[in-house]
Design a protein. Sequence first.
Length: 414
Amino acid sequence: MRIISGVMAFANGRFSPSDIAIDDGKIVSISPAKAPLVDNPLYAMPGFTDVHVHLREPGFSYKETIATGTRAAARGGYTRVCAMPNLQPAPDSPEHLHIQRDIIVRDAVIEVLPYGTITVGEAGEALSDMEALAPDVVAFSDDGHGVQSPDMMKAAMVKARSLGRLIAAHCEDNSLLHGGCIHDGEYAKAHDLPGICSESEWGQIARDIELARETGCGYHVCHISTKESVEIIRRAKAEGVNISCETAPHYLLLTDMDLQDEGRFKMNPPVRSAEDKAALIEGLQDGTIDMIATDHAPHAAEEKAKGLRGSAMGIVGLETAFPLLYTYLVKKGVIPLERLVSLMSDAPARRFGLDSGLRVGADANLALWDLSAEYAIDPNDFLSQGRATPFAGWKVFGRCVETLYRGNTVWRRA
């Protein structure tokens, strides 16, 4: 048995001085701390759940592997990630999914739950073998690609509802992209760069909401970035549509005027205007936005070395998400710490039908954090194979010192 004593533990929605006893991978007791807490005690938080992570394997192991990606996740305090399906082969059939699951069993240090694709090869032309995939996937997504056909999306929603699975949608209308590389805003105009309009995101969300209303399917919107998306989703929730959504740290902390002509600032959807950022923060505060995910999307260095116009879309985030959000949202009074922890742990788990939280009888999936630790983000220190982050050099507070998965230490700071 292991006793973690004298920590501020997040249980029942609040932090309190506690001793946590762990035996055989389970939490067997959470009791009031027997001794007074030291100055700057460690904070025991439930392991985070990230429902939007690209682990790149099989097919693209030069970008990331399940081994490196899950170690990076553990370092960031995550004990569960949901792996997006834009892989080779894509998990559009049990045979293809089996390839991915074998690597997960062999190499993952935390829980990895794969998505199944909505369509075969994410090509948007025929539904995947959703019925056969359903028992082994967390949800269905064609992430990286918007489903262009409303008829195809409706058919997917009907099938997903019958199987008790969510549709997690990357919303992007290809007809509105016009080769854009960043938000169609002030920076794009000032630097003569092709822009990505906000409607390419919110237009497809509006379409899908009507389909979700019609079919009754549980619908989750990935990585929202625009003020219109927030308002459309807010109205849909008020009208009783079974909808949830996520945003990512970069949309809450950056605007297009923070861009530099470097690949580490290029992601899809792009960071947008100050008005969009403000709307996202408001959506976080009023509950319109249900959770925070990283959209961790590693690439090889050469793929990110071609500036904003030529670089691949995607940045990494598993190792920086909590410190950034704690420093720039919690410490600045935007949201309380308890709300941030819920957005990164209980809320995503609850929406996707998964277990979470620090409680007696639960798996001992937790992370210990030193919230007083201050440092600068250094991509060269990452465990992920990806190094592209717009937050390089940012000063943050909060360092994960140990992560336990089912009672076993999967990350410990030396």
